[in-house]
Design a protein around this ligand. Structure first.
Ligand code: ADP
Ligand code: MG
Length: 213
């Protein structure tokens, strides 16, 4: 029973995507101070406020437009992030969600496996846009192992969190933190930390969906 909750056997529909992104927005709101603190060490101290503004706009857009399919919900969320977040993270997370949504197409619900595939397509689009790879000390260090572990949402959350922590000893090779060179070593990447919050939220809502039957 416990394991079924962890793996997530429920179909992914527009409602689950809406609940996921609302839960992610709540996590980001709670952790915004920590994200900004991380970004003040190796960036420009705006990651918490960027993510908070973007995720609140996503929640509002999803409530206003009520997209009927998981693909449409993800595309709308992605587009909203691109248009509301000025920092690097807006276009990157926007590309993640829009890429995943496009991959899902127009069906009313998808299997956890298809959702996992779509998320991996979204992550590939982030890597193309930002030109970063694993080990460059970016959000990809959380996103790559997490989406690899899907559809097991519990393993994905753990992989994302471990991936974020594992950025601490790395030297940044992409983004603003790369300007610091050696001085970027010893700090957790803010984008990897926020990516871990996305997967904590996913585990939470999939667990709730399983508990509700
Ligand atoms: P900005 O760097 O413009 O201030 P944010 O502070 O919101 O934007 O986001 C910074 C995060 O964006 C970094 O911690 C990193 O995870 C991510 N990032 C920056 N550049 C790249 C890139 N080229 N590829 C992937 N992720 C990146
Ligand atoms: Mg910043």
């Amino acid at each position: 029973m416990e394991e079924e909750v962890a793996v997530g056997t429920a179909e992914v529909d527009a409602g689950l995507v809406r609940r996921w992104l609302a839960a992610a927005a709540a996590e980001i709101d709670r952790e915004a101070g920590r994200l900004t603190e991380l970004d003040s060490a190796i960036g420009d101290a705006d990651h918490g406020s960027n993510m908070r503004r973007g995720s609140a706009a996503v929640v509002a857009a999803l409530e206003r437009e009520e997209p009927a399919t998981p693909g449409a919900a993800l595309v709308l969320a992605g587009r909203t992030l691109v248009s509301t977040v000025g920092g690097a993270a807006g276009p990157l997370y926007g590309t993640l969600l829009r890429g995943a949504g496009k991959d899902l197409g127009d069906v009313p619900s998808v299997s956890p496996e298809a959702f996992a595939e779509a998320m991996r397509a979204g992550v590939a689009a982030v890597a193309r846009l930002g030109g970063a790879a694993a080990g460059d000390k970016t959000m990809l260090d959380a996103l790559l192992p997490a989406t690899e572990a899907l559809p097991d949402v519990e393993a994905a959350r753990r992989a994302a969190t471990e991936g974020a922590v594992a950025t601490v000893p790395l030297r940044a090779r992409k983004g603003r933190a790369s300007y610091l060179g050696e001085r970027s070593v010893g700090h957790e990447d803010p984008g990897a930390a926020s990516a871990a919050l996305l997967f904590a939220a996913l585990e939470q809502v999939v667990g709730e969906a399983a508990a509700d039957g």
